[in-house]
Design a protein around this ligand. Structure first.
Ligand code: DOR
Ligand code: ZN
Length: 423
């Protein structure tokens, strides 16, 4: 298949330029200001932007085991609809992905049926129970890109230290979901004014911060790689900023919801505002935005966490934690941060395509000759109305339901193949 993309505003090496792009088979064959070549399909991208495909390193595809919420087919279709070309699948499935048979299952299904590339994150401890180290060595030879017990957090510091040391042998990054259970307890939302007003048990911010401090110290003492998932408080960010200054090999990600929403969004008891870590007050949200701009926060990841209607349509404290994110991430960030001039479009693209690939040693996905043709074409003048028909994910648990957001994904290409087209 040969595709010619004409006249797009293309993100190349950090800048935007009017270029034509020629995709031949799985690769980007040529880029120039004007290309006249025979192609099977010509896409007129006049007035549109062409970005490297988004790389989402934190997602829950729920397959195997929870396929009523999502599966690899629906999840990767939703990802493609969001302009995503690579996702990293978290292992908190049933069974937990803590061995090569499970890694093989996810890889094989994604390869046969997926609409984007899927990289597997293996569990750090067996069944993610936080007690015994998983089979990291064999899973690494099978292609996992990191280990994590996301959704759970190893509480025992000695076990965490052993995991960090063991993962270091294979240069496997550890992704930590930072939560001290003695501090988070039965908390439902951030512990503060809003939780008091609603009469909901609060989730102490220290639950996140204490573990981030612990794990930075463990990474510092060993020289291992540590990636902090969904960072959400100003204090957590300060800890990372200071650690980076000391040369600790620590990176972190932020979700679109922690960049754009505060705990005030929970005032209506909408269970689609319930997730871990919880939405925080304005000063924490602002700190996330500032840290994304100054680079303390390395990348954006969605933490796409599908849950079915029958689970979310419940009293607030009985609903599960988590919101979907694939299909709204870019348009929500564009609408609320880029359009008002708060964050540059270049920074969002860097943090949602190049940086995450670097953090987990995934293939470089810049738009350049010879690279895989993984890209997305976006109409920034278009808009996306987020309703149930718009969402391709099996689950509809997003706080953006009913919102109209600026920007519209028009095409997504993975290895030169169209995986989403807004025709
Ligand atoms: O809100 C969340 N949901 N946070 C997590 O860390 C896990 C996720 C899930 O798996 O549902
Ligand atoms: Zn998590």
């Amino acid at each position: 298949m040969k595709t010619l993309i004409k006249n797009g505003t293309v993100y190349i090496a950090g800048k935007f330029r009017k270029q034509d792009i020629f995709l031949d088979g799985t690769q980007i064959r040529n880029i120039a200001s004007k290309l006249d070549v025979k192609a099977d399909e010509i896409i007129d991208a006049t007035g549109m932007h062409v970005f490297p495909g988004f790389v989402d390193i934190h997602a829950h595809l729920r397959d195997p085991g929870h396929t009523y919420k999502e599966d690899i087919v629906s999840g990767t279709k939703a990802a493609a609809h969001g302009g995503i070309t690579s996702v990293c699948a978290m292992p908190n499935t049933d069974p937990v992905v803590d061995n090569i048979a499970s890694v093989d299952y996810v890889q094989r299904r994604a390869k046969d049926l997926g609409s984007c590339k899927v990289y597997v994150i293996g569990a750090m401890t067996k069944k993610s129970e936080g007690l015994e180290i998983s089979e990291m060595a064999t899973m690494k030879s099978d292609g996992i890109v990191a280990v994590s017990d996301d959704g759970q957090c190893v509480q025992d510091a000695k076990i965490m230290l052993n995991c960090i040391r063991y993962a270091q042998n294979f240069d496997l990054p550890i992704i930590v979901h930072a939560e001290d259970y003695s501090l988070s307890g039965k908390g439902q939302i951030h512990s503060g004014k809003v939780s008091t007003k609603l009469g909901l048990p609060g989730l102490n911010a220290l639950a996140e911060e204490v573990i981030i401090m612990r794990d930075i110290m463990l990474a510092e003492s060993t020289g291992a790689r540590l990636h902090i998932a969904h960072i959400s408080t100003a204090k957590s960010i300060d800890l990372v900023r200071e650690a980076k200054k000391r040369g600790v090999r620590v990176t972190c990600e932020v979700t679109p919801h922690h960049l754009l929403l505060t705990d005030e969004a929970c005032l209506g008891f909408d269970t689609n505002t319930k997730m871990k870590p919880p939405l925080r007050p304005e000063h924490d949200r602002q700190a996330c935005v500032d840290a994304l701009i100054d680079g303390t926060i390395d990348c954006i990841a969605t933490d796409h966490a599908p849950h079915a209607d029958f689970e979310k349509i419940k009293e607030f404290d009985h609903a599960p934690f988590g919101v979907i994110g694939f299909e709204t991430a870019f348009v929500a960030l564009y609408h609320h941060l880029v359009k008002p001039g708060i964050v540059s479009l270049e920074r969002i693209i860097e943090a949602y395509s190049q940086a995450p690939a670097r953090i987990l040693d995934l293939p470089n996905n810049e738009i350049k000759k010879g690279n895989a043709a993984d890209l997305t074409i976006v109409d920034l003048n278009g808009e996306s109305t987020i309703d149930e028909d718009f969402i391709l994910s099996k689950s509809k648990n997003t706080p953006w339901l009913g919102h109209t957001l600026s920007g519209r994904i028009k095409y997504t290409f993975v290895d030169g193949r169209i995986t989403f087209a807004d025709r």
